[in-house]
Design a protein around this ligand. Structure first.
Ligand SMILES: N[C@@H](CCC(=O)N[C@@H](CS)C(=O)NCC(=O)O)C(=O)O
Length: 215
């Protein structure tokens, strides 16, 4: 069986799909598409949306479907019970997160932006959802302060560096994807419990954080 996962490096849903392969040590070829490549994804799943898993020519979209499908290969790893408090934490930070993350992603040297046209496509498509990118690029903004305050709230909820609720669950997929997006924001202060957790999950899932691109 040959498996290829089509992703954008910045995309949190793609991070989620990449994680399950790393957590289960299942080989997959990760391929990056240009952000303005519409024909590729549409040809595979009928819409311009990543991630897409190609298993010997059978295409699957939707990160959660990919995760469930791969977790069912051999012994399951996401066996813990999710805690609604973690989903609530993620949805509380999302508003500040997207305002801060999207403008920084737009400047980052990711493979999906290898051409000027692909980068311009991203800006054109995403800027209307949060407002003018330039306004959110200052360091020390209220949005960064909101993320830092939220991380202080998260810290005592982390029961183990290896799994937020003590046993790996879908909460770890969603929480690590959010922390992965946060990692592109400069000026974020990680409490020790959050730092240990995001490093452990990065190592376990084999998905690198974006700290080196933080701006
Ligand atoms: N429900 C989908 C959402 C995936 C999604 O929103 N992907 C974004 C990238 S983060 C996308 O491909 N959007 C189209 C675009 O960027 O042009 C999933 O979980 O896989």
């Amino acid at each position: 069986m040959t498996r290829t996962l089509y992703v954008y490096e910045h995309c949190p849903f793609c991070v989620k799909a990449r994680m399950i392969f790393g957590l289960k040590n299942i080989p997959v070829e990760v391929k990056y598409l240009l952000n303005d490549d519409e024909a590729g994804p549409i040809g595979m799943i009928g819409k311009k949306m990543l991630p897409i898993l190609d298993e010997d020519g059978h295409f699957m979209g939707e990160s959660l479907d990919i995760i469930a499908h791969i977790d069912n290969v051999g012994e399951k790893v996401l066996v813990g019970t999710p805690d609604p408090a973690i989903a609530a934490w993620i949805s509380a930070v999302e508003k500040s997160l997207y305002k801060l993350m999207l403008p920084r992603v737009a400047c980052a040297p990711f493979p999906e932006f290898a051409t000027t046209g692909a980068r311009a496509y991203f800006v054109r498509k995403k800027e209307p959802s949060v407002g003018e990118f330039a306004a959110f690029l200052e360091e020390g903004s209220d949005f960064v302060a909101a993320i830092n305050a939220a991380l202080q709230v998260l810290a005592p909820q982390i029961r183990s560096a290896e799994a937020v609720n003590g046993v790996l669950s879908t909460d770890d997929i969603h929480l690590f994807a959010a922390l992965h997006s946060i990692s592109i924001i400069k000026g974020v202060i990680y409490p020790p419990e959050v730092e240990a957790y995001r490093q452990a999950l990065s190592r376990r899932s084999k998905v690198p954080l974006l700290d080196e691109h933080a701006a």
